[in-house]
Design a binder for this molecule. Sequence first.
Ligand code: ADP
Length: 408
Amino acid sequence: MHDPATGNDREPDRQPDARDLWQAVLRTAVDPIIIIDQDGVMAHVNEATEELFGYEAGELVGRNVSTLMPEPHRSAHDGYLHNYLTTGNANIIGIGREVEAVRADGTAVPVALAVSEIKLDGRSWFTGILHDLTQRRLVEAELREAKEGLEARVRERTAQLESSMVELSRSNRDLEQFAYIASHDLQAPLRNVRQGLELLDDHLGETLGQHFDDEANELRELTVAAVVRMEEMIDGLLSYSRLERGGEPAQNPVDLRLLAEEVIDQMRPELIRIGAIIEVEKLPTVNGDEIQLRQLLQNLLENAYKYRDPERPLRLSVDAVEHGDGMWQISVGDNGIGIDAEQRNRVFDLFRRAHPGYEGVGLGLAICQRIVERHGGDIWIEAGTNGGSVFHFTVPGSSPVPAGAATS
Ligand code: ADP
């Protein structure tokens, strides 16, 4: 025999007596082993059988194996054996099954049963090897329970989420309604305040017959500025909530290049004054609402102008790339003062401003976001490569990119 430890061949250990060996194997086997004759009478059971079933071996040997089975198998077992011995049709022999067995105290125990046939001197014997499945069944039951519990929780959470969604969209609608009504109804009294101020101004001027002193002038200017700001906020809020109330946006082909040029033309005197460099690349015709898309471009381009860096000439670009899903991504870039990374998502919120020193009320980007989302797109901001910001948004396309680019 080859010894892997030394690499040499060596004599095998002295073989134990085969009978002793097999008896020891039977006795010490972890699983119950039961040997029956062809009448179903137990001829031998090992220690594991005693342990599992709660019988002494002596109580089992000589009794029919059906003792260990629950009804209806207990009564039918002799018939099963007879049927096998006469027809050779095996139900369990050589196959193996998961079955229930019965202990001495009458409790049931799930077991995996494998039966094989031995032929000795013309007689048949059957060996049954059983494996206790109690532990596995417990684990399976725990798993099933955990799975059912989890499914129930998922169902419960889904139902909660669905009802919160309904609640949320209802309160969103209520909020829209509130924003619209509040901003609409505040317009008239605010106009009255402004007119009242002007009248008071005239009246005091006439009565006093002289100009106000510096302090009175300052107070007057502060009050007028506050009223003007409030008017701007209310107008912005009104346009914001009107976007929602206006129903679905129109779906017309809109030439974005023409639109961008129109917006830039309106701003041109100012852009020339500050020596801005403007690059409008090929832009597509998209599908959408021309008025809303004009407002979107206008808000973005006016912001690029407003938040320019005083240290360098404004460089403004508009370009587009096509996405595979029929959407176009339009990018409006500038080399202005930029937006801190942590503010980039927040500036789309109502009244959120990252640079309070500048004029404005913080509604332009909220309006842009709403317009884009109502067109089925997204809007986001990235830092520009050499300072500044790039605003990207997506909109559904309607035709291929027109040839040629416009540069001014
Ligand atoms: P507003 O300009 O009236 O404050 P917006 O909603 O248009 O409101 O913009 C929100 C904020 O986002 C601005 O206050 C500004 O801080 C920032 N922002 C917008 N556009 C730019 C830009 N091109 N460059 C730098 N900051 C910008």
